[in-house]
Design a binder for this molecule. Structure first.
Ligand SMILES: Cc1ncc(COP(=O)(O)O)c(C=O)c1O
Length: 354
């Protein structure tokens, strides 16, 4: 079974794969860059391709330093266990990826206690709940040590945190003397939706994890950025977790192509997601909150059994995932074309009338 409870399947050849933006294959330019990558031993700090990528990403995000990670999960985990000592608390949302989809790593491997506050439908965490949860612990309590926010918010449907909202969380964090970690797996989608440079988002938080392997289309990899002293510690945690690599320039090369060529095209994915969402919204058989469709993710509900809808879509060549109580998710990415969207629209209309 895969993580969505589906039986393992062959790669989705000839199908319109809207399950996730993680299903993309590397572009020809990425494969060429991988084949020609200059490499060295990264644990000696000698992989020039990784070194260049880390410097480049730190610059783009406006931070002092970056460390290349094998996955977003390891990026978040290394960051959280650097910010928090065992027995301390990270304050996060009850629908966030770190809490619900990273195998409990922060507790299992870092002894960090998650304290979840409710998540609003737009991916924000209520400020009054955050204010209570971040109060210093009394005797015998677990000390809050970090606030973690997610931008864009995957299970809220790719919603973008406004800059004004993040500033309010920043003000609270400063009042409490706490750092903020942003799970920015899709932070470039957030920046594209807001029409601002990504560094303006990053400058409001202490650390950011972002993924090359989501909307940016690279096959592997994430980056954590922050200040130099923090990144040095995160690098040590990455080693602890078995994530320190050797000639990782081979994969960093594809990530560099992603940074160079895939960011500017993200608004295309957003426009295609919007089209899907507007089609879904036409039918009373489905329900969707169009306000949450801000980037490349569409989550909707159906009067019909959800797994049946996913199966009906599959019969029509469209792959979607059921997220349980959250609904059915469709995600656009660089391999989804206008004609794929046309095909998906036809399938949605058929199912609505079935
Ligand atoms: C919001 C968010 N954070 C983190 C991750 C983890 O990334 P990875 O699958 O590379 O471990 C994901 C993956 O889908 C995600 O959606």
């Amino acid at each position: 079974m895969n993580m969505y409870g589906e039986r393992q399947t062959q790669a989705a050849v000839g199908l319109v794969d809207l399950r996730s933006d993680t299903v993309t294959h590397p572009t020809d330019a990425m494969r060429a860059a991988m084949a020609n990558a200059e490499v060295g031993d990264d644990q000696f700090g000698e992989d020039p391709t990784v070194n260049r990528l880390e410097v480049h990403c730190a610059e783009v995000l406006g931070k002092e330093a970056g460390v290349f990670m094998p996955s977003g999960t390891m990026g978040n985990l290394s960051s959280v266990i650097t910010h928090c000592a065992p027995g301390q608390q990270v304050i996060l949302g009850d629908r966030c990826h770190i809490l619900g989809s990273e195998s409990g790593g922060i507790s299992a491997l870092g002894g960090v206690m998650p304290r979840a506050v409710p998540t609003n439908t737009d991916g924000t965490l209520p400020l009054d709940a955050l204010a209570i949860a971040t109060m210093p612990a009394g005797p015998g309590g677990a000390q809050p040590a970090l606030i973690a926010i997610e931008n864009t918010h995957n299970f809220c449907g790719g919603t973008v945190l406004s800059q004004e909202y993040i500033a309010q969380v920043r003000a609270l964090a400063d009042e409490r003397g706490l750092p903020i970690h942003m799970d920015g797996a899709r932070i470039f989608n957030a920046a594209a939706a807001l029409g601002i440079p990504v560094r303006e988002i990053a400058q409001q938080v202490d650390s950011v994890q972002f993924c090359f392997s989501k909307g940016l289309g690279a096959p592997v990899g994430s980056m954590v950025v922050g200040d130099l002293a923090f990144i040095d510690k995160v690098r040590t945690k990455r080693k602890l977790l078995g994530g320190a690599l050797r000639q990782s320039g081979v994969i960093a090369a594809a990530a560099q192509v992603a940074m160079d060529t895939m960011i500017a095209r993200l608004p295309e994915d957003h426009a295609r997601a919007r089209l899907l969402a507007e089609t879904i919204a036409e039918y009373p058989a489905f329900s969707i909150d169009l306000d949450t469709v801000q980037t490349n993710i569409v989550i909707f509900k159906s009067q019909r059994d959800q797994t049946e809808v996913v199966a009906m879509l599959r019969e029509r060549g469209i792959l979607a995932v059921s997220l349980g109580a959250a609904g059915i998710r469709l995600v656009t990415h660089y391999q989804i074309t206008d004609s794929d969207i046309d095909r998906a629209v036809v399938a949605i209309r058929e199912i609505a009338h079935a």
